[in-house]
Design a protein around this ligand. Structure first.
Ligand SMILES: *Cc1c(COP(=O)(O)O)cnc(C)c1O
Length: 382
């Protein structure tokens, strides 16, 4: 089955009792048993719920995995992966991670004896140089948030596995989505999503996803999900399953609009650097071109006027772009990483990687491109 069919049919079957084309929302906590231990595959909805199962099957299908797991948030999906590890284990992670991931690693897990090194994943050797005999997990994001850096998933995975095949490689694929890149096919062990973003696609749900292709790993993750309890609800599962059915056409338009916005900003007199992996001048454009089908709808840029006041002036004046955290919905959003999504990263760390007051991140939606460009233009001249 091709990807554009998988988003609609992958892992799905019609509901057996009635033939309903969409799975019903099974708002039930528990399931009747005819005799102790005799049931129809479902016992208690923390363990499994049919609406969530339908979504988890879709998750597995769109990432070319064998198993999918749906969580109450993207962060609870990451939390589940980290709980595979033991005190003393080491993790090598990207230095330009989603702020909440960084916060979880440093402020929740460090105190349980896990240690993290954060490296620039632009270069494979930065990753391999950080690996020790205690390393159990490599965590990477590509493209990164908000600087749109690109890591070579295939090369990193290959290099890591050459050192030690038992080191797990996990990829946060939230920005790219499986429409653009499929990390399991490139050798990664775990794909993670904030399904809150493109998979859900309509800014109406918080959810996380894990996809894997190994039976034993799926079992371990499922045990943690069941034992810790951060599951996606039936209603949210229904919403994200519905969202995924249009993922491919939404992504197509996100990519078209993203490209047009990036080009427009690049030529705008008020705009400095533009961060977009589709530009040939992007340091890892060749890798992006190799591992991604297109370049997505996320674009970051700096204003030439580097004052915080200039950034706020722009941010307060967009009308079609809504000033809000999050990304990946049908509507366009604008975000100020320093004060919003990345406020949890200490200022010193932020400045070191280039998250300054003049940096602005756009999640380009699927509105008419003319309205998006004229909105940016009027706000830049405000
Ligand atoms: C939003 C986001 C997360 C966290 O997901 P939640 O659903 O907000 O918990 C993790 N990684 C990336 C790249 C994100 O954008």
């Amino acid at each position: 089955m091709k990807f554009n069919t998988k988003t609609i049919h992958g892992g799905q079957k019609h509901e057996e009792a009635t033939g309903a084309v969409m799975p019903p929302v099974f708002l039930t906590s528990t399931f009747a048993q005819s005799s102790p231990g005799v049931h129809q595959g479902y016992e208690y909805s923390r363990g499994a719920n049919p609406t969530r199962t339908a979504l988890e099957n879709s998750f597995a299908s769109i990432e070319n995995g064998t198993h999918g797991l749906a969580f109450s948030s993207g962060l609870s999906a990451i939390d589940c992966v980290l709980r595979l590890l033991n005190p003393g284990d080491e993790i090598v992670a990207g230095d330009d991670l989603y702020g909440g991931t960084y916060r979880m690693f440093t402020r929740l897990f460090q105190k349980y004896g896990l240690s993290f090194s954060f490296v620039d994943m632009n270069l494979v050797e930065n990753v391999t140089n950080a690996i020790t005999d205690k390393t159990k997990l490599v965590w990477l994001e590509t493209p990164t948030n908000p600087l749109m850096k690109i890591a070579d998933i295939e090369a990193i995975t290959k290099a890591v596995k050459e050192i030690n095949t038992s080191i797990l490689v996990a990829v946060d694929n939230t920005f790219a989505t499986p429409y653009l890149q499929q990390p399991l096919d490139l050798g990664a062990d775990i794909v993670m999503h904030s399904a809150t973003k493109y998979l859900g696609g309509h800014s109406d749900v918080i959810m996380g996803a894990l996809m894997v292709k190994d039976e034993k790993l799926a079992e371990s993750l499922h045990f943690i999900q069941f034992a810790a309890g951060a599951i996606a609800s039936p209603m949210d599962s229904f919403l994200v399953l519905r969202g995924i059915k249009t993922l491919h056409i939404r992504m197509q338009r996100h990519c078209e609009n993203g490209k047009a916005v990036a080009k427009f900003l690049q030529n705008h007199p008020k705009v400095g650097e533009v961060y977009y992996p589709g530009f040939e001048t992007h340091p890892n454009h060749d890798i992006a071109k190799k591992q991604m089908k297109d370049f997505g709808g996320m674009v970051s840029f700096r204003l030439k006027d580097t004052s915080k006041a200039a950034a706020f002036q722009f941010l307060e004046n967009t009308k079609v772009f809504t000033l809000a955290e999050s990304l990946g919905g049908v509507e366009s959003l604008v975000n100020h990483p320093t004060t919003m999504t990345h406020a949890s990263i200490p200022e010193k760390e932020r400045l070191k990687i280039g998250i300054t007051d003049s940096l602005i991140r756009l999640s380009v939606g699927i509105e008419d491109i003319d309205d998006l460009l004229s909105d940016l233009d009027q706000a830049l001249h405000a």
